[in-house]
Design a protein around this ligand. Structure first.
Ligand SMILES: NC(=O)c1ccc[n+]([C@@H]2O[C@H](COP(=O)([O-])OP(=O)(O)OC[C@H]3O[C@@H](n4cnc5c(N)ncnc54)[C@H](OP(=O)(O)O)[C@@H]3O)[C@@H](O)[C@H]2O)c1
Length: 271
């Protein structure tokens, strides 16, 4: 049985809210099982009003009550958070950080010895329990604690355990990824509007098309190029569209975007 009964989220911003939403939507965790600590009062009120969870203005009570503590503040605030929890965190608890570019080693150096630390890179789709979540444990994380965290994070989407050396790339691909896709959905729906479709219908058509295409890749387990060929009739409509995408260097632009985001994640880890 999973020993993680109470989860505390430090930093209830965009990603913190996505985690809270996902855990509560699952009904596996109820509002009594999830805590948030957040320094912005307006944000605390918003979280309490919308999710009916207890939220605090400091981290002390949250750490005392939680089995799993998730740091979800901006990377430059992580050091302050570690300082605020170092005196009351104990080795029975588990610490997860989702901050881009913050390495396990940095967290370990700023906490007492023996605390199990797990670096995680999720994405915003945890909000609706369709996140992609990469997990890397510190060397001192007991196997059963890693398994418990993996099980809990699986509530929020698909999980994968990965070596930390991949985390900058995962940040550029998975963490930032939904933003690229939202831009593509917006562009597809602009096309729909340009062609006379009402905006709301164009957005639904575009988003469901992306969802369906992604689901086929995951469920049919074929290379995307092969799935693409299933749509392309010789001399038909799709090849015309694809040719235009190639002229616009869409493929190279997407590759470059992920590389740039990865470079930024690397910079953050040096800061
Ligand atoms: N957004 C994403 O899609 C995404 C995806 C993967 C990973 N992440 C990672 O998740 C982390 C949070 O990102 P975000 O987009 O959710 O940022 P965000 O919206 O700025 O949320 C962070 C929240 O934490 C608050 N905060 C700062 N210091 C605090 C403290 N000591 N105690 C409690 N609350 C504190 C912030 O207040 P202030 O604004 O005053 O600092 C803010 O409200 C980042 O490290 C990011 O790299 C984000």
């Amino acid at each position: 049985m999973n020993k993680i009964k109470k989860i505390g989220i430090i930093g209830a911003g965009n990603m913190g809210e996505a985690l809270i939403s996902g855990f509560l939507k699952s009904k596996i965790f109820s509002p009594q099982d999830v805590y948030a600590s957040e320094i912005i009062e307006k944000r605390r009120k918003y979280i309490t009003d919308n999710y009916h969870i207890e939220s605090f203005d400091d981290t002390k009570k949250l750490v005392e009550r939680s089995d799993l503590i998730i740091i979800s503040v901006k990377p430059h605030n992580v050091k302050d958070v570690l300082e605020s929890i170092r005196d009351n965190i104990t080795p029975e608890k588990i610490l997860v950080s989702i901050a881009a570019g913050i390495k396990l080693d940095f967290i370990r150096k700023n906490l007492p010895e023996g605390i199990p630390i797990i670096r995680v890179m999720p994405n915003i789709a945890c909000f609706v329990r369709e996140g992609m979540i990469a997990i890397c444990p510190s060397d001192n994380t007991p196997k059963e604690k890693l398994e418990a965290v993996k099980e809990v994070l699986s509530i929020l989407g698909r999980t994968i355990i990965l070596d930390e050396k991949y985390f900058d790339a995962v940040t550029g691909l998975v963490g930032s990824g939904p933003a690229y896709i939202y831009l593509i959905i917006e562009a597809l729906s602009d096309a729909g509007v340009r062609l006379g479709l009402p905006r709301d219908i164009a957005i639904t058509l575009s988003a469901q098309t992306i969802l369906g295409a992604g689901k086929m890749v995951l469920e049919i387990n074929e290379h995307p190029a092969k799935l693409k060929d299933m749509v392309v009739t010789p001399g038909g409509t799709t090849i015309e569209g694809l040719l235009e995408m190639e002229r616009g260097r869409v493929r190279a632009t997407i590759i470059d975007a992920v590389i740039k985001a990865t470079e930024r994640a690397k910079e953050l880890s040096k800061a």
